[in-house]
Design a protein around this ligand. Sequence first.
Ligand SMILES: Nc1ncnc2c1ncn2[C@@H]1O[C@H](COP(=O)(O)OP(=O)(O)OP(=O)(O)O)[C@@H](O)[C@H]1O
Length: 273
Amino acid sequence: MMNIHRDSPPTETLPNMDKSPAVRAEDLTVVRGPRTVLRGIDFTVPRGQITGLLGPSGCGKSTLMRSIVGTQAKVTGTLDVLGRPAGHPKLRTLIGYVTQAPSVYDDLTIRQNLEYFAAILAPGHAAADQRHENVTRAIDDVDLTSHADSLAGNLSGGQRSRVSLAVALLGTPELLVLDEPTVGLDPVLRRDLWDLFHNIAAQRGATLLISSHVMDEAERCHRLLLMREGRILADDTPDALRTRTDSETVEAAFLHLVDEAVAAAAREKETTR
Ligand SMILES: Nc1ncnc2c1ncn2[C@@H]1O[C@H](COP(=O)(O)OP(=O)(O)OP(=O)(O)O)[C@@H](O)[C@H]1O
């Protein structure tokens, strides 16, 4: 089982006491090559909760995440992250981002990997003690202390995922953006990772935005953004989505909403003919 067990900050300093959303998008549009990948979307991501970003492969989840962390070109519309425009230099240490192809160096141990990234975040001799503390804590958070001196090249897929998560946890970020963090993991590891995500949200007041195309993971989120073809189909809680669509599962609710969207598009085509 993974641990998050450090002193919680006093309630008044918890970042989620700020009631403004962690992310606010209005008319967000992203063009990649010849394609408009995000099509004028509006949504918010509330603070201190887990928001799931779900939708089929190619619908624009990674593009949306890249826009939020400030690494996506050709972004128009409004996109505010933790009260600043996406890409603002001050956001760099406040956001932890794990991509689908995380960079973990096989020829370094887990601890050496973490030390390398910690040195980028907080360079210089004066920060050495703080770096050591952060590295030890992040390794413990993802329950890899007993493997800290193993070469990353010898780790299982699940352990590698946890190393990249530890990298994202190094700076104690207010917002964690995780692109399909559980892909390829067995059910036990997936459950353990989701427990860890919930601990991070509950104990640190951090905001997590987690993408997945596995609909059963949707049930583990506080809120959901359901995407299809560069648009947001729904922005709601799992309960409200199921109730609104009279569905038993989020997957059934999603399919219901897709059918509605397809029917609406067909009607529009008919009337403009
Ligand atoms: N460099 C690029 N140039 C043009 N189109 C691109 C480029 N990169 C991605 N796309 C297109 O943008 C769309 C959205 O891609 P994105 O990676 O955001 O989707 P996704 O929902 O994260 O998919 P997956 O779950 O498979 O990673 C896809 O249709 C893809 O083909």
